[in-house]
Design a protein around this ligand. Structure first.
Ligand code: V4E
Length: 216
């Protein structure tokens, strides 16, 4: 399983032009809807686990606990590192491990045919939005740049490097740092992701809880 190392950045009127000037090639433009799920106690998101359905497929984003996670440099502090699980039975197993209290009577043999496992685990959709994404690659750095426009009016960019399991996270952080400099990014504040902005606006209690636990 690979680890996604990402740095988010704020876009402006010049971002697209700069990406083209530094050699970014547009490889894809697509639109997708995300539905995020958790139980009413927020047992998943309070553990920084993000269960979502995107284009009909289930995904679970979990924090990477790699030993070689790249240390605590300024660059590392601006980046996130997550693993993405896409196999449904693996996702269900991880979710059951986390929501143990509601699962005392629940096995892990859920039907793959329908979505009754969601109600069995008391999981409900807490966020739903559509993103238009333009993706660019910088061949020489081996990085991808995504420009996301969410349907609730938030525009954010991401510099992303995929690192194989046991791969070199430090080198990924350096690629991201070099790309950030080429893009002229300044500042050492983490930029909010779509979820932060969405929850702050539409589900402030959930947002406040995640903020107080330093998840967002
Ligand atoms: C990991 C995470 C969340 C799930 C959504 O992740 P994100 O990368 O923001 O969304 P997206 O659409 O770009 O996913 P991709 O297509 O890249 O897989 S929601 C909140 N988090 C945690 C998080 C955080 N604490 N800080 C920052 C800057 N980003 C994400």
């Amino acid at each position: 399983m690979s680890v996604e190392v990402e740095r988010k950045f704020l876009c402006n009127a010049d971002t697209l032009k700069i990406i083209e000037e530094i050699g970014g090639a547009c490889v894809r433009q697509h639109q997708f809807q995300d539905q995020y799920y958790d139980n009413p106690n927020f047992d998943l998101t309070l553990r920084d686990m993000w269960l979502r359905k995107r284009k009909g497929c289930w995904e679970l984003k979990c924090p990477s606990t790699e030993e070689k996670s790249g240390g605590q440099s300024k660059t590392a502090a601006l980046c996130t590192r997550y693993k993405e699980i896409t196999n449904l039975s693996d996702i269900q197993r991880r979710v059951v491990e986390i929501i143990k209290d509601v699962c005392e009577d629940t096995g892990t043999n859920f039907s793959m045919e329908n979505e009754s496992w969601l109600s069995e685990l008391n999981l409900v959709c807490f966020a739903e939005f559509t993103t238009v994404r333009r993706s660019f690659v910088l061949e020489e750095e081996g990085v991808q740049i995504d420009l996301d426009q969410a349907d609730f009016g938030y525009h954010v960019g991401e510099i992303e490097v995929l690192v194989p399991e046991d791969g070199d996270v430090q080198s990924a952080l350096e690629k991201i740092e070099r790309t950030a400099r080429k893009l002229g990014l300044s500042g050492d504040q983490r930029v909010e992701g779509k979820m932060s902005v969405y929850l702050k606006r539409y589900n402030p209690k959930h947002y406040a809880k995640l903020l107080s636990e330093h998840i967002l």
